[in-house]
Design a protein around this ligand. Structure first.
Ligand code: C5P
Length: 393
């Protein structure tokens, strides 16, 4: 859990800070709030106290702190300092090092990374002095999130709207993640495939696509340029990730082979069908009086095709097994010429295909690592960290 100090300065966008605190906590941040006096005119400290679960700080000299040095303790406590909204006045003070309230004093005392989400009227934002203050803050290594353009509370339209809380959290993740895959091109396949029998029926499997989508999102946070090739899933297409939607194994093969040129890493998280109907019936297959048989033929193995390209990317396969996990995984590693394979149990155990959680046994030439049961976001991060390590090995 990361410790974040949220500074709220005086502006109408302060009403969004309540949602911001809620989402931060949902995203595993421990939140402490500091407000300027002006901010308390827009939203009450009690609201933020209830949402953060801690008393809100507003006073520079806090008699309740033993040594009356609350600001230094708070600054030491924080691993990240986010100021949202940051008003024009607040930005001006920070850029000049004026420490006449608790928030601006904390900025001077903080040694952790600082992020600001400006919010103000569009004319105030474009005023040269505000832009000078912005440049100065950037030179001082303050990370800027937003602002966005659009209609404003004052009735005008233009730049100055504070970014939405969910976007601030995404940006915070991007800006604060270690850039282990900076500018690496990563291709990821995800989800099941649908192998059509006739116009209304298909063969598929239980894959939800969650592991592949988590890998795509986490790789992007680690600085990678991600392309996602997704089979049919119920998941929301990730924002800002180049996503190609396919249905069948054959379509996935074509999309992956087209996209793979110039990629540094290929992660084949998709549960590609191994067999497809030999013949696609153009009309609905009619019910017979007796039992029937399906004739299936093998699909092309996508990950093996990639792993056998002359300039192959670092290629990672997945193996979902109900038994003999290690033996089957090691066999696939060799047979498909992979650089790494991530194996997991499926069937009557927690995790796997349809779950939000999973555990992995990862193998490579002369090495292996176990990742314990956790949520797929965390697991994706662990696997990508290992991939980055092996890529540089
Ligand atoms: O051989 P098996 O299907 O168990 O191997 C699983 C791995 O191979 C996964 O990484 C999966 O994405 C990949 N695969 C593939 N093309 C296929 C079948 C599996 O890329 N036709």
């Amino acid at each position: 859990m990361k410790r974040i100090l949220l500074g709220i300065s005086g502006g109408i966008a302060a009403y969004k800070s309540a949602e911001l605190v809620r989402l931060l906590r949902k995203n595993d941040y421990e939140v402490r709030v500091v407000m300027t006096h002006a901010a308390t005119q827009f939203i009450t400290p009690l609201t933020l106290q209830a949402l953060s679960g801690h008393a809100v700080h507003t006073q520079l000299l806090d008699a309740s702190e033993e040594n009356a040095m609350g600001h230094i303790n708070l600054a030491r406590w924080a691993e990240l300092f986010l100021i949202a909204p940051a008003s024009a006045n607040c930005m001006a003070k920070l850029s000049l090092g004026i420490a006449d309230n608790l928030l601006s004093t904390l900025y001077l005392a903080a040694e952790c990374p600082v992020y600001i989400a400006p919010a103000m009227n569009q004319a105030m934002w474009s005023k040269p002095v505000t832009q000078e203050n912005l440049n100065r803050l950037q030179q001082h290594k303050v990370h800027i999130i937003g602002p966005e353009t659009g209609s404003q509370a004052c009735g005008e339209t233009g730049y100055g709207r504070m970014s939405e809380p969910s976007d601030i959290i995404t940006q915070l993740g991007v800006l604060s993640a270690p850039q282990l895959l900076l500018n690496k091109k990563v291709l990821i396949s995800a989800g099941p495939t649908h192998e059509a029998l006739d116009p209304v029926r298909y063969i598929t499997n239980r894959s939800s696509g969650k592991m592949g989508y988590a890998l795509a999102q986490q790789a992007q946070l680690l600085g990678a340029k991600v392309t996602l090739v997704s089979g049919p899933t119920q998941l929301v297409t990730p924002k800002n990730i180049h996503t190609l939607k396919v249905k069948s194994a054959a379509e996935m093969y074509t999309a992956v082979m087209q996209q793979v040129v110039g990629q540094d890493i290929f992660i084949s998280a998709a549960a590609v069908a191994d067999y497809t109907p030999e013949k696609l019936q153009t009309e609905k297959i009619k019910k017979q009086d007796d039992n029937t048989r399906l004739s299936l033929c093998k699909t092309q193995d996508i990950v093996a095709s990639v792993a056998n390209l002359p300039n192959k990317p670092f290629t990672v396969g997945f193996a979902a097994e109900t038994h003999n996990l290690e033996r089957y995984a090691l066999d696939k590693l060799q047979r498909k010429n992979l650089d790494m394979i991530a194996a997991n149990w499926v069937g009557k155990v927690e995790g796997g295909f349809d779950s939000d959680r999973n555990a992995l046994q990862v193998y490579w030439q002369n090495g292996k690592k176990t990742f314990a049961m956790t949520d797929k976001t965390q697991l994706a991060n662990q696997l990508l960290t290992l991939i980055a390590e092996r890529l540089n090995a």
